[in-house]
Design a protein around this ligand. Structure first.
Ligand code: PBG
Length: 323
């Protein structure tokens, strides 16, 4: 006799739904969006089918249509013209630059839209690195001042949440202090806590044209071989005042998502990155997998691992398909 028949709990959709432990909701998403200079401009990112860089006028329309679909939170990234890049990333705190102007305008037109703004030097850096470079070295403490200046400028423009994606030591605490000092104790910090030196970022660097001009990011981003180190990074970000802990990428690091979720009371976010999006799109385009089902399964697995929040390029597509 077979006493336990787990299949009984799978026998029809209603029962399967009753016993379902996890689900994905449009409320879980943060939608990364790409901004370019100009007017009425929309350029496709070849390695990210369906994802575009938008000039501000069109980005506003895109955000409006996403808000209607129930997406509440957006993470804009700027594609900065090469001629505006320099060693100190000074364009990042230029109030007339495309990024700060866009933050201001988005919040003005859609005060209900939550903006998570990016704090790192690479989109503005002539070296294509997330930190300040001297003699081929990425300097930590010199970078902190730049990051804090960027974060405060974004807060002034109306950012709800800053996301330091740079992986310098001590930056969460440094940014927290500078934000508070400038009167922005209500601006949250989404810490890129366990950000790995990953090959999955390729398409994103195409989108921003921000690939490093020399070397790689291994002296600041984490070694994919390590998970204890993720705990250390999380302890530091927690102690320094982060409001959210993020793991990035997501799929190849589900164990790290679970590790942080099991050990910290803060909400965990996962960045389902550009290369992970591109893989699903490419295989689906070849007819090798069912793109819709794969998308849904992947997002669900990230929730199951313990992420409450998912940054994903699939946000809008998911919302459209699950209306
Ligand atoms: C850099 C940054 C990267 C991403 C977000 N911020 C790339 C990198 O570290 O080189 C990647 C996101 C993605 O691949 O979707 N500050």
């Amino acid at each position: 006799m077979i006493t336990h028949r787990p299949r009984r709990n799978r026998k029809n959709q209603a029962i399967r739904s009753l016993v379902e432990e996890n689900s994905v909701s449009v409320k879980d998403f943060i939608y990364p969006v790409f901004l370019i200079n100009g007017k009425n401009k929309q350029t496709e990112i070849k390695s990210m089918p369906g994802i575009y860089r938008y000039s501000l006028d069109l980005l506003l329309k895109e955000i409006e249509s996403c808000l209607k679909l129930g997406i509440t939170t957006f993470a804009p990234f700027p594609n900065i013209e090469e001629k505006l890049k320099n060693k100190t990333a000074s364009e990042s705190w230029n109030k007339k630059g495309i990024y700060l102007r866009a933050i201001k305008e988005i919040k003005k037109q859609f005060p209900e839209a939550i903006l998570m703004t990016d704090v790192a030097m690479d989109p503005y850096s002539s070296d294509g690195h997330d930190g300040f470079v001297k003699n081929g070295e990425i300097l930590n403490d010199e970078t902190l001042e730049i990051l804090a200046r960027m974060a405060v400028a974004q807060a002034e423009a109306g950012s709800d949440m800053v996301g330091p994606s740079d992986m310098m030591d001590g930056r969460v605490g440094y940014i927290r202090e500078e934000l508070d000092e400038a009167g922005f104790n209500n601006v949250s910090i989404m810490a890129y806590t366990a950000k790995y030196a990953s090959a999955f970022y390729g398409p994103f660097r195409d989108a921003l044209e921000s690939a490093p001009k020399f070397g790689d990011k291994k002296t600041y981003q984490m070694n994919p071989a390590n998970s204890k180190e993720a705990l250390l990074e999380a302890e530091l970000d927690f102690a320094e005042g982060a409001d959210f802990l993020m793991v990035k990428p997501a799929l190849a690091y589900l164990d790290v998502i679970k590790l942080l979720n099991d050990n910290f009371a803060l909400p965990i976010a996962a960045y389902h990155v550009s290369g992970e999006y591109a893989m699903v799109k490419a295989a689906a385009a070849k007819g090798w997998i069912d793109g819709d089902k794969t998308r849904d399964e992947v997002l669900l697995s990230i929730k199951r691992a313990g992420a409450k929040i998912i940054l994903t390029y699939f946000a809008k597509e998911w919302a459209l398909k699950h209306k």
